[in-house]
Design a protein around this ligand. Structure first.
Ligand code: L34
Length: 292
């Protein structure tokens, strides 16, 4: 079993980006600038956004964190988005999800200028991705592709089962892995809560991507020997023995699955850090594109 080390790989990618940023600065070019909008006080969201800000420092980007109360109206949020759309110093920005219930997420994502949409969530960019045209790939699926590429995990002709059909992971992941690309050319099955006899699919899979948000959902008896397992889930469970009061569980029951796997991502230290590295990559791309 080989651990797909997202922490180490993301550190390598950030070093590569830092070199590019240093070059830009040497040439007297503008420093890439990422902004993030964080609405409300959700603990996990705060952790992820803080990690994004820290990553910006690490690679040499400027960053701006816009923190808004969870009582903000949709109209006010749209107006904050418009400020970032029109601020020429901001190369790219994200609106951290999830948003409070009273705000229409789709409306918000559609308000982001597609040229600054470094999450790749705007329908224009989702369309481009689907057509395999150059665009910002959503960071989590892109991070998974990058991890598979750097560990030379073969995907061509493989049976991939994606569990979960979210717009940020399951759906784009299934599209990307089926495309003609370096990491791609797979035969992809997308499964979800209405799938009958899920195990029949996962037992046949060469690669399983688990992104449904149920702690320890995928068990050892659901996969075959030699399977490649990508665990996207992160659930916080109370743990009084921990300093912060919780520990993190993935969607994979690691103890039973890992012994059967050829490659597997840990949680934490797998897909999460890769998501952040790919956001940095997209931000650099946004900067370079606005030069052209
Ligand atoms: N707009 N919303 C927008 N873009 C995104 O790309 C995200 N996502 C998901 C949630 N909402 C979003 C993230 O940033 C998930 N996500 C994310 C990012 C980073 C990490 C996990 C999820 C991460 O760094 N995870 C660490 C553990 C962090 C902890 O201590 O809780 C890990 O090692 O997995």
């Amino acid at each position: 079993m080989i651990l797909l080390d997202g922490k180490k790989t993301s550190a390598e990618i950030k070093e590569e980006i830092a070199i590019e940023v240093a070059k830009l600065k040497e040439q007297g070019k503008k420093t890439p600038h990422l902004a993030a909008i964080l609405v409300g006080n959700d603990g996990a969201s705060r952790t992820y956004v803080n990690a994004k800000v820290k990553a910006c420092e690490k690679v040499g980007f400027n960053s701006t964190l816009v923190r808004l109360e969870d009582t903000i109206s949709e109209e006010e949020l749209l107006s904050e988005i418009n400020k970032l759309n029109t601020n020429n110093d901001i190369d790219g920005f994200i609106v951290q999800l999830p948003l409070p219930k009273h705000i229409d997420e789709q409306k918000v994502l559609m308000a982001v200028n597609p040229d600054k949409d470094v999450d790749g969530f705007h329908p224009t960019n989702v369309g481009k991705m689907t057509l395999n045209l150059p665009t910002f790939l959503p960071a989590t699926p892109a991070g998974i592709l990058e991890l598979l590429e750097r560990y030379n995990v073969e995907t061509s002709g493989k049976n991939v089962v994606v569990i979960g059909r979210s717009h940020i992971v399951g759906s784009p992941m299934s599209i990307l892995l089926s495309q003609k690309r370096t990491v791609g050319n797979a035969t992809v099955t997308i499964t979800h809560s209405r799938t009958k006899n899920l195990e029949a699919f996962t037992k046949e899979a060469d690669i399983v991507v688990v992104a449904l948000g149920v702690a320890e959902f995928l068990k050892g008896d659901m996969v075959k020997d030699g399977v490649v397992v990508i665990d996207v889930g992160i659930t916080r469970v109370d743990d009084a023995t921990k300093k912060n009061g919780f520990r993190l569980l993935g969607d994979v029951h690691f103890e039973s699955v890992a012994p059967k796997a050829s490659y597997i991502t840990p949680v934490p230290g797998g897909v999460g850090p890769m998501t952040i590295a790919m956001l940095m990559k997209n931000t650099l791309l946004a900067r370079e594109r606005s030069e052209a």
